[in-house]
Ligand binder design. Sequence first.
Ligand code: MCA
Ligand code: AMP
Length: 509
Amino acid sequence: MTNPLFDALFASNADRLTPFLISSAGDTISYREFVESAARMARLLVDHGLKPGDRLALQVRKSPQALMVYAACVQTGVVFLPLNTDYPPADVAYFLADSSASMIVCDPARAEEISAIAARTGARTETLAADGSGSLTQMARTLPVLTRAEPRQDDDLVALLYTSGTTGRSKGAMLSQRNLLSNARTLEAFWAFSGDDVLLHALPIFHTHGLFVATNTALLSGSAMIFLSKFDVEKVIQSLPHATTMMGVPTFYTRLLAEKRFTRDLVQNMRLFVSGSAPLLPETHRAFKDRTGHDILERYGMTETNMNTSNPYKGDRRAGTVGHALPGVELKITDPRTGSHLPQGQIGQIEVRGPNVFQGYWKMPEKTAAELRDNGFFVTGDLGKIDEDGYVHIVGRDKDLIISGGYNIYPKEIELLLDAQNGVLESAVIGVPHADFGETVVALVVAEASVRPNLDEIASVLRGTLARFKHPQKILLVDELPRNAMGKVQKNVLRERYRDILTAAGDTV
Ligand code: MCA
Ligand code: AMP
């Protein structure tokens, strides 16, 4: 028996002397060096008693070594659980308890607080800093490489990625060997990746976009990656002449367009720009085409499904659409009330089926059953339609979700916190348009009778509790929330009413 994902991504590259990772300073790590160092880490995991199926959580800043931990997990069958570096300790405590992870790797600067949390669930703590130093690499350095890869079946888990939930509780999406490998193969072929490519990688590596869509596709094709620690417009502009492809969230492209130095000449070696994770405005698509001659290729996916649709590589990339279902993926539009198939052109919920669709939510069979039908179709919670040429348009969301700069925020989590504050009767959290992040968070608070809640104090509680990207940019006191006949808060009415609030004055913080 083999380990198909390890064989395809890592073993097949073990003797390759070409660069895999290139830093912004021009330092390179070849494929061979990368696979070898990762195999020392794999040895370390085995020596520390981690078994196939055990979970390893990683909350560290982006570095080549962080990617080596991913490779080591794939080699040993340990389930990789990456965490946003912005998540506060309370969130980390939840993820460790829910997943019963055996090990957490964190930044040395946070080792004290994280090891205290980890001790409560029996997880071991190791460290890894952005420069690659830390207990993990120090111990692995002198170990022999692990030559054997743990045999794995197609349905065996590779990764557990937590996505926020509509109820406020995060759900762990279980991703298997088949899910990841099938999608990487599809994207490699569909977007024509080859060993000649250099992918400019400025995304975080704790989400599907930067970890699987970008990295797995590069690994599978033997491409090099210019590996930036984050999206820094200066470094991106410096790197673009040396790259052939780039993947990003729409904010990357609007920030580049704001730079005069971002010109057609600068991108003359580029063959492909891909956008996803959030809607790309048609005006951005057009401005990009005018400036560079490139049509950004927009695609659509989810943590639970990897990539579902893509505009064509060769052919008409249509602004405001996410293209067609990828090969092997079925997509249909259904009636949100009945689940029945809707005719072409009608708006309904988007459902997808294919080898890319996940195995369900970790230890949440009811939530899995609610979203993953017996017939294999996953109900995405996105609303869309298919036009006469088969292009999928995403027109909105059935789920109450805000996407800020490509990060997902579920209003319920913030509303629960607001409702618990002194003097707050109820609240509603909405997304409003934002020039840089696409959408951003605004909170509306209704006071209890004859009380005036202290909005500054509330904002400070939120700052101390929530990850930075979830902080409301404004909190407003309102008399009441609009409701429909069923008593449900009409968020669409609120979104319309407050769409310009960030530029207007009001009773806010
Ligand atoms: C940073 N901040 C944010 C965000 N990012 N606030 C709201 N939304 C954000 N996305 C905060 C910072 O902490 C900082 O706070 C302030 O905003 C300004 O920071 P700035 O330096 O401008 O931000 P940045 O560090 O440049 O980050 C912006 C970014 C980054 C480059 C857009 O958020 C990013 O890389 N996003 C990509 C997310 C992603 O990979 N999503 C894929 C999910 P302060 O001023 O207090 O310090 S996977 C997915 O969605 C599916 C599967 C799919 O289809 O891909
Ligand atoms: P996540 O839960 O982080 O995996 O985010 C998945 C969600 O991002 C999807 O359900 C969509 O709502 C959204 N999304 C991803 N790509 C696009 C896109 N190209 N256009 C609009 N929304 C997108």
